[in-house]
Design a protein around this ligand. Structure first.
Ligand code: PA5
Length: 437
């Protein structure tokens, strides 16, 4: 299998090899904590060996459910938020032609009334199915979307037929969604107890919608498994290197990491990455702020800030070596746009020079640069990249000194929202918050 490669050459003018190597013991200690469970958050380490443990039977079962949904529906709506949304969205977007009619649409990742109205309007008269994904089964955003879409589906088909087009991905035994699924007889898949939302893309949470989109989930898992084996047996030290380097940069005052792509379809991969690192590391008043840009698009907007703004940032560039298709720039007799000097070149060749030119300019402008080269955007390579980032995230969180597997901070907004909405059980909070307004 073709491999991803990590280069830290362009950070060495900012932090020294010694500063990075000084974190090696902590990073190796972090990796050990992931494998022996001796660190904080050790009840959420199910993802560490997951790619080697997923059975072929489960993958076949997911593929057959996906096939039946796909054949019986014009479109399937995947309902979920956060870790129950971003992994599937990332892989589907990375592998899809954005100009094709999508097979999988998403809902429950916001509370946008117009978003939901427009989606329901689009679904009128269409054959649609629902994959509802929620570990807790009580998250407000997907619960609202599911209530609306289930009602629409039931009114289109009747309750019994609708239940054949709904698949629930949730906890094995607990929660509102489990109860409803069992009562209504929905096909269900289980989110393992020991896998947190942001690490769940390689469980049915991500795999089912990805399979419905026609993407090879066996190749995705195989890529992740290969990276898992190499990371855990020490053949690959890339996850350690990335974790050490970003912590060395953080300790030297580089507080923001920008994940950069020059490949538009990776936009949502960066969104997945932001959740992974943001929720894992941003706590105890610490943590690198993860942000992202799509170049060259954002060079025409954020490029100014990155080149000349406050020097507290570093970049991690995901560079795709080979694009899937070939397109050459035509020659033009009038040459009014002055482009004949690149006529005959592939578009990707120009993109690569933009990439190299940007990296050099940003390093010259004081922005350290970590380079992650991937051979292509394929399910196997995305699987490798997913596991690489997950492993590096766990290690990095331990080096930072936080529990990388909890997210206590996400409760604060929920508490206020419930109080403001007068949710039963929040009477005291309602009175307290009203007194503040
Ligand atoms: O990473 C997380 O834990 C969160 O992003 C959750 O995945 C998100 O809140 C959705 O939770 P649930 O699957 O319980 O609906």
């Amino acid at each position: 299998m073709k491999n991803i490669e990590v280069s830290i050459k362009d950070v060495l003018g900012f932090v020294s090899r010694e500063q990075i190597d000084a974190l090696r013991d902590e990073a190796i200690g972090g990796l050990t904590k992931l494998t022996d469970g001796s660190g904080l958050g050790n009840d959420f380490l199910g993802w560490v060996k997951l790619p080697g443990e997923i059975s072929n039977e489960l993958l076949d079962d997911i593929n057959s459910t996906a096939k039946s949904l796909s054949e019986n529906c014009d479109v399937v709506v995947a309902i979920g938020i956060g870790g129950s949304y971003l992994g599937a969205k990332a892989v589907i977007e990375a592998m899809s032609n954005p100009f094709d009619q999508p097979k999988v649409l998403f809902a429950g990742q916001n509370i946008g009334e117009d978003y939901l109205y427009n989606l329901m309007d689009y679904l009128k008269g269409k054959k649609f199915g629902i994959i509802v994904i929620s570990k807790s089964g009580t998250t407000t955003e997907p619960a609202i979307a599911f209530r609306l879409l289930r009602e629409q589906l039931e009114s289109q088909l009747g309750r019994e037929e609708a239940s054949k087009r709904i698949v629930a991905v949730t906890d094995a035994a607990r929660g509102a969604l489990r109860t409803l699924a069992d009562t209504e007889g929905y096909k269900t898949y289980v989110i393992p107890d020991n896998v947190g939302g942001r690490f769940s893309v390689l469980t049915p949470v991500g795999l089912l919608p990805i399979a419905v989109a026609g993407i090879d989930i066996k190749a995705l898992v195989a890529g992740a498994r290969e990276m898992m084996e190499k990371t855990l047996d020490g053949t690959s030290t890339d996850a350690l290197t990335y974790a050490m380097t970003r912590n060395a940069l953080y300790r030297s005052g580089k507080k923001t990491e920008i994940l950069v792509d020059f490949y538009p379809a990776l936009h949502f991969f960066a969104e997945w990455w932001k959740q992974l690192y943001g929720e894992s590391e941003g706590k105890d008043n610490k943590g690198i702020y993860p942000s992202s840009v799509d170049f060259t698009t954002d060079l025409h907007s954020m490029g100014q800030w990155i080149q000349e703004g406050e020097r507290t940032i570093f970049e991690t560039v995901i560079s795709v070596k080979t694009s899937k298709h070939e397109l050459r720039i035509p020659s033009d007799e009038s040459n009014l746009d002055g482009l004949n000097y690149i006529a005959g070149k592939r578009v990707d060749e120009v993109n690569k020079m933009a990439e190299l030119g940007t990296r050099l300019a940003h390093v010259d402008g004081g922005v350290p640069n970590i380079l992650i080269e991937i051979p292509e955007v394929s399910p196997a390579v995305l699987g490798q990249l997913i596991y690489f980032f997950e492993a590096a995230c766990g290690i990095s969180g331990y080096v930072l000194g936080v529990n990388p597997f909890n997210q206590p901070g996400v409760e604060a907004y929920k508490k206020n929202m419930f109080a403001l909405l007068d949710k039963p059980g929040y009477e005291k909070e309602s009175a307290a918050i009203r007194a503040k307004l």
